[in-house]
Design a protein around this ligand. Structure first.
Ligand code: NI
Ligand code: MN
Length: 226
């Protein structure tokens, strides 16, 4: 799998030739000013919840690419009113089989109001299962014991976890989360974008290392293989 970081919690993941785009928030992100949201590819756009810092570029990219948008039912209705038709509405506990693999929605402890105040349903995380490997994209969430279920059903090869604290888990809880899902290989997200979530990179990486785990903090625009 090729993984490209677009800043904040926005990643492109290429699996079996298909491009998945998670939580598109590029244009308003000062740190991602070198990324052109008009050239980002997507066959699928997965949206964990309705907050602006996860959905800002979703409508524009969905319209340009005609990517299928995977999100909570309430968000799908909101997107539908903005002219998005190619949508896979889901809710927590549900799994769909798609051409690249499976998407399962799992719980996230957070909130999910849309930018205009519309109710966005429950926030979610995603578990992706594919012939190229499995991973967990946590979205915005607190540490929750429910994460143990994720690691019990299948192997999680790597996980995208929020580490910025204040609005989500911080580093210490993310280490526990990685233990809960039984995963050693973590890619950090939801840090540095705004003042309250700025973190010390060196300290974060050291803490994961002391726990016998690896934390990758990707450069914005960087692509890595998993
Ligand atoms: Ni949020
Ligand atoms: Mn957020």
């Amino acid at each position: 799998m090729n993984i490209t970081y677009y800043g904040h919690s926005c990643f492109g993941v290429e699996i079996n030739g298909k491009h998945l785009l998670f939580d598109p928030f590029i244009t308003p992100n000062e740190l991602a000013k070198n990324i052109n949201a008009n050239t980002v590819t997507a066959d699928y756009i997965l949206i964990s919840h309705g907050h602006q810092d996860h959905i800002a570029d979703a409508v524009t990219i969905a319209k340009r690419t005609n990517a299928k948008v995977i999100c909570a039912w309430e968000i799908s209705v909101w997107l539908g009113k903005q002219g998005i038709e190619n949508i896979q509405p889901m809710n927590i506990g549900g799994k769909v089989k798609l051409d690249f693999g499976n998407v399962k929605c799992v719980s996230a402890i957070h909130s999910s109001g849309l930018p205009d105040g519309t109710y966005g349903g429950n926030p979610m995380g995603f578990v992706i299962e594919s012939s190229e490997g499995n991973f967990y994209y946590a979205g915005d969430t607190a540490l929750t014991y429910d994460m143990k279920l994720i690691g019990e059903y299948r192997t999680i090869d790597f996980a995208f976890l929020p580490i910025g604290d204040t609005f989500t888990m911080g580093v210490d809880n993310a280490i526990l989360a990685s233990e809960f899902v039984n995963c050693q290989d973590i890619v950090g997200m939801h840090y540095d974008t705004f003042a309250p979530i700025k973190i010390d990179h060196f300290e974060a990486i050291q803490k994961f290392e002391s726990a016998g785990k690896s934390l990758t903090l990707m450069k914005i625009g960087e692509t890595i293989k998993k």
